[in-house]
Ligand binder design. Structure first.
Ligand code: BES
Ligand code: ZN
Ligand code: ZN
Length: 512
């Protein structure tokens, strides 16, 4: 598990009353003359903030930082100014990012008790509750580290931050601070759970281990859980999934998590499906060695779905949600499937396996069929599916594919709220050529370099029928190469918060 996270404390009182190591003051670009709380602090520091801005040492540009030493004039050792950039460009996602950057800066200085100014004048236009939520998310996500395998000597987490106090002098704001912090904690903890699962090595996180982690998370949050083994999947006729699994000594699992709204009858459910390939060596169509270690993260879709379910339960969202995770390992063992093999999915569709490395769509085919059979009336799947999506969108935006514009817009809006960018790519019928087989109903790859992310999505489309469906290809966005804002290096946990926001937006109004 990741390192300990700080306690987040709401406080509606004067900033001068705070005692701790450090205080963070956000300042927008061109904030002269200083206003509100910045002005009060400036006066207490005999104009030190004004001098910093006049000397051009600190302009308030986005992510700019400037450290002041109040030496007895405030209850803290450090006052850290952080730039917000232009007022007109301030967003909640910027609040997440600058909070994360400021806290990592102060963690390096071994600060333990930190406060951050949450006054309306410091963060114009964001609103106290959304701001408190964004700051909480930025803090918990930005301070995340995955270090359970680091030996004592090299373990950097001796200097963990103990507490972050959200300060606001308006007494009426305490309720909004508390609510924002509460929701932010749920969303960030879920995201960090997804990150933990993705960062975990594949010798530890086998399909069985993933199922056990899902079970533990379900128990903790009050979700119902069921895990199918190979035998049960054989009975269901899941030939596409089982074909992928047959090359590994680690047996496959199908993990089913259910969240039910309280009271009322069971209602049409939203189905979430996450690709859970715990390691993708490519199978007989083996991948090249360089970078193959990142294939331990080929279950990032599964991680986002499992993590989102824990938050959906914690928030008691009044909507029925069912999650299905096909968990397998794709290895070139002696019993592995071969290129040219023909398998049969549970709905009877026959598939020619042209390339065993295009395994994600094979396991998703059976998982999507099964989720519909469980009664899902809307579907969202999340998968590290193709290299093609990285060519198209890099690591900035997640690829979105849909057979239903209404659901697509809802997912896009949820992504916007979460600060997880999406971009829709097309699914025109003409692309069907890419996956026509000479020997079976479909083949699992084709077209070479032509639109591989779309070909894969057209393949999935066969298994959702008329059910409104969105497919999210997170291959470019699930891993962060160098740290950036609230995304430390490694697993991002991407789509966890988007899925949670989506479920909140689909639930009936009064509970929002
Ligand atoms: N898990 C991979 C996606 C992937 C590709 C991750 C490249 C990182 C880098 C997926 O299972 C896969 O191997 N996709 C192949 C399909 C191809 C063989 C048709 C791809 O997109 O290259
Ligand atoms: Zn693959
Ligand atoms: Zn894969």
């Amino acid at each position: 598990m990741g390192s300990r996270s700080p306690r987040i404390i709401p406080a509606a009182r004067e900033i001068s009353a705070y005692r701790g190591d450090s205080l963070i003051l956000p300042v927008a670009e061109g904030s002269r003359p200083l206003r509100g709380i910045a002005r009060i602090l400036d006066a207490a520091l005999r104009g030190a903030i004004t001098r910093a801005t006049q000397q051009a040492a600190f302009r308030g540009k986005l992510s700019e930082r400037y450290l002041l030493h109040p030496s007895g004039r405030l209850g803290v050792e450090h006052l850290l100014l952080i730039g917000l950039g232009k007022r007109s460009e301030l967003t909640l996602d910027r609040a997440r990012n600058v909070t994360a950057e400021a806290l990592r800066h102060l963690r390096a200085l071994k600060a333990k008790q930190i406060a951050i100014a949450c006054h309306e004048t410091s963060w114009p236009g964001l609103g106290t509750e959304p701001l408190a939520q964004a700051i909480t998310e930025g803090a918990l996500l930005g301070l995340y580290r995955f270090d359970p395998y680091k030996g004592r000597g090299s373990r950097p987490n001796e200097n963990e931050i103990e507490s972050l106090t959200l300060l606001c002098s308006n007494r009426d704001a305490i309720g909004a601070l508390r609510a924002g912090i509460g929701r932010g904690e749920v969303l960030a903890r879920a995201t960090n759970l997804a990150r933990d699962l993705v960062n975990e090595p594949a010798n530890v996180l086998t399909p069985t281990a993933l199922a056990n982690r899902a079970r533990a998370a379900a128990r903790q949050h009050g979700l119902s859980v069921e895990v199918l083994d190979r035998r049960a999947m054989q009975r269901l006729g899941m030939g596409a999934l089982l074909g992928v699994a047959q090359g590994s000594a680690n047996p496959p699992r199908l993990i089913i998590l259910r969240h039910r709204r309280r009271g009322g009858r069971a209602s049409p459910a939203l189905g979430l499906v996450g690709k859970g390939v715990t390691f993708d060596a490519g199978g007989i169509s083996i991948k090249q060695a360089e970078g193959m270690e990142t294939m331990k993260g080929d279950m990032a879709g599964a991680a986002a779905v499992i993590a989102a379910m824990t938050a959906i339960a914690a928030l008691r969202v009044p909507l029925d949600v069912v999650a299905v995770i096909p968990a397998v390992e794709n290895l070139p063992g002696a019993t592995a499937q071969r290129p040219g093999d023909i398998v049969r999915a549970m709905d009877g569709t026959t598939i020619e396996v042209v390339n065993t490395d295009a395994e994600g769509r094979l396991i998703l085919a059976d998982a999507l069929c099964y989720t519909r059979r469980l009664g899902a009336t809307r579907l969202v799947d999340v998968a590290t599916l193709t290299g093609g999506v990285v060519v198209a969108l890099g690591s900035v935006r997640t690829g979105l594919f849909a057979n239903d514009p209404t659901l697509a817009r809802k997912v896009e809006a949820a992504g916007e709220a979460a600060g997880e960018k999406l971009w829709q790519l097309p699914l025109d019928d003409e692309y069907e050529e890419l996956i026509k087989s000479d020997y079976a109903d479909l083949k699992n790859t084709g077209g070479g370099k032509k639109a591989p992310a779309i070909g894969a999505s057209r393949f999935l489309k066969h298994f959702v029928g008329e059910t409104p469906w969105v497919h999210l290809d997170i291959n470019g966005t699930s891993l962060q190469e160098g740290e950036s804002g609230y995304r430390p290096k490694g697993a991002t946990g991407v789509m966890t918060r988007t899925l949670i926001d989506l479920v909140l937006s689909l639930a009936p109004e009064p509970h929002r």
